[in-house]
Ligand binder design. Structure first.
Ligand SMILES: C[C@H](C[C@H]1O[C@@H](n2cnc3c(N)ncnc32)[C@H](O)[C@@H]1O)NC(=O)c1cc(-c2ccc(F)cc2)cc(O)c1O
Ligand SMILES: [Mg+2]
Length: 214
């Protein structure tokens, strides 16, 4: 069976990165995806913004929606303090399999729980099945038309508290207009836009930080 792009990214990491070194995993994915095959990782420019917003938040409990190959998962996990909890949700089994291997190669297997499933099914299970009380930081990077319903679902499930940070990728390209309108006008979030560029391209993109007012 012919290899997928995601399997080629994994092979490149296994052959070129240093086992147990998250930065070399990140750098090699960026190298492959900027020089050989584009892939929908958050990338190094938006990744730096993600790093900084995450450091500011210094979270105990993190949720990522849309793992893909685990690039942002590695970026986040490498910055978490000991004892922090990090759950990431991916519904494509092939992508989840690649992500698990990349996370393990980076030496971060014990810091991340990869959950295979659909966010709309997993979010309502977080309190009881996954023993999550509140989420301090949520990185939203899955189907762009799911950003709004899943943010509202997080609210409904009582998973956000005063100060919870919701950071969304791709609010310009491909765009998440309904999500942006909601967080900026519903009165429950303090929003900040971080203009940047689409991963590995010159197209404009941005991250949006929405801090829950409680
Ligand atoms: C959606 C993907 C990311 C992943 O999310 C998983 N997923 C989805 N919905 C769910 C769910 N409901 N539950 C669990 N997992 C879920 C999926 O399987 C992908 O692995 N991301 C993107 O599509 C994406 C696309 C672009 C992009 C930009 C310009 C172009 F010309 C073309 C594409 C850039 C980006 O930066 C992205 O992030
Ligand atoms: Mg993205």
């Amino acid at each position: 069976m012919s290899e997928t792009k995601e399997q080629r990214v994994l092979q490149f990491v296994l052959q070129n990165a240093i086992r147990g070194d998250p930065k070399s995993v990140i750098d090699n994915i960026d190298k492959y995806c900027s020089q050989r095959e584009w892939a929908m990782n958050v990338g190094d420019q938006k990744g730096l913004i993600l790093d900084n917003v995450l450091k500011e938040s210094n979270p105990n409990t993190v949720l990522e929606l849309g793992t893909y190959c685990g690039y942002s998962t590695v970026r986040i996990a490498r910055l978490l303090k000991p004892g922090a909890r990090f759950l990431t949700v991916e519904f494509n089994p092939a992508f989840a399999a690649v992500a698990k291997q990349i996370i393990e190669f980076a030496g971060l297997k014990d810091k991340v729980q990869v959950i295979e499933g659909n966010t709309q099914d997993i979010i309502p299970q977080l309190k009881k099945k996954y023993e999550v009380d509140k989420l301090d930081f949520v990185f939203v990077d899955h189907w762009k038309d799911k950003y709004l319903p899943d943010t509202q679902l997080l609210e409904k499930c009582g998973l956000l508290a005063k100060g919870s940070v919701v950071l969304a990728d791709n609010v310009i390209t491909p765009g998440a207009p309904e999500f942006l309108k909601y967080v900026r006008t519903c009165g429950r979030y303090d929003c900040t836009n971080y203009p940047s560029f689409l991963e590995y391209m010159d197209e404009r993109d941005a991250l949006e930080k929405a801090v829950f007012r409680g």
